[in-house]
Design a protein around this ligand. Structure first.
Ligand SMILES: [Zn+2]
Length: 341
């Protein structure tokens, strides 16, 4: 019996080694997905959406700095789009609480933004930003100026040696330096980094984020060291990742429908603080490149801002309808942890 048990054990070990990656996938993704059905069957209603106009006040974010640029600042673009998005969402989702992080040009740290989102018990967090890239510097000749210089020659020898200094004039180019705009344009959406799941869990535990103003909240009794809490937190986080990805894809789809370049859904290796720190599915939309002439004009135009706001609102509406409608068991959402492009 013992022998057989040992054999059994070693063959199980071999199987585990052989199929380690598959088992890992099952443990990490499929099992939680099955358990998450309880969540989706409850069809959690999206009651509150937080709209964040990126940056603000002293933090201007990126700015148009290339030659011929509108010299616009990211904080103003994000505010204009966010304000329009809030209006659009209030119109399209009348029963839903739409909360902007800011409605004017105030300085607001990402910590404050995350705290606002958490304190208002947001079900979704949507950050509006505009992309920037490091620009190359070019130069051109804009004129010439005369420069005088001298050459020195010695003639003769010994005591009769004589120094002859001759002045000359030459033309020197006057150069002007300028930043070359980027050719990159289009919209991308970022979600929190799955590899940094621990931070999202920490955000769930973090008392100063969660219950700062709610001393009487019964959730204060949570024992964060309990295995139940840890398992639940991981489950929530995976659920948030799945939902964030789904929402991000929906936004990109709606943006693409307007004819704008769709740069896909991304994760940033080092993570994005505000996305990691919020206890809800969260996305960050890089609406366009402020360092690209076409995009900068589009982002500053009434038409462009309205078009982007409407696209995001449509995506949110579709997403809300989808998650609030209980799905049959077979129609589970596919988890895609890869970044596109
Ligand atoms: Zn930004």
């Amino acid at each position: 019996m013992r022998d057989m048990d040992q054999k059994k054990n070693s063959s199980i070990k071999m199987l585990v080694t052989k199929y380690f990656s598959k088992i890992l996938i099952i443990v990490l993704f499929i099992l939680p997905a099955i358990s998450l059905k309880t969540y989706s069957q409850q069809a959690k209603k999206i009651r509150t959406i937080i709209v964040d106009a990126g940056h603000g006040g002293a933090d201007a974010g990126a700015h148009g700095e290339y030659e011929g640029s509108l010299r616009s600042q990211e904080k103003n673009i994000t505010l204009a789009i966010a304000n329009k998005l809030v209006e659009e969402l209030k119109r399209q989702l009348p029963g839903t609480n739409i909360i902007p992080t800011r409605t004017s040009d105030i300085t607001q740290t990402v910590r404050e933004k995350a705290r606002l989102a958490n304190e208002n018990h947001g079900d979704l967090f949507v950050c509006i930003h505009a992309d920037a890239v490091a620009l190359k510097t070019g130069s051109r000749i804009i004129g010439y100026r005369n420069e005088t210089y001298t050459t020195t020659k010695w003639i003769g020898k010994g005591k009769r040696k004589k120094k002859i200094v001759t002045p000359h004039t030459r033309q020197v180019a006057i150069r002007e330096y300028f930043k070359i705009p980027t050719t990159r344009k289009g919209t991308s959406t970022l979600i929190f980094t799955a590899q940094r799941t621990n931070e999202k869990i920490k955000a769930l535990e973090s008392s100063d984020l969660l219950f700062e103003t709610e001393q009487n909240d019964s959730s204060l009794n949570i024992n964060y060291d309990s295995p139940e809490w840890k398992a639940n937190a991981l489950l929530y986080t995976q659920n948030y990742f799945r939902k964030s990805y789904k929402l991000a894809s929906a936004v990109q789809q709606e943006i693409a429908n307007t004819g704008r370049e769709d740069l896909g859904v991304w994760q940033r290796q080092k993570g994005i603080w505000v996305l990691q720190a919020t206890q809800m599915p969260a996305i960050l939309i890089e609406t366009g490149f402020i360092a690209n002439p076409e995009d900068e004009r589009y982002l500053n135009s009434e038409k462009g801002q309205q078009e982007i706001a409407e696209s995001i609102a449509r995506a949110l509406k579709k997403y809300k309808e989808q998650v609030e409608t209980p799905k049959p068991a077979s129609a589970s959402v596919e988890i895609n942890t890869t970044t596109s492009k």
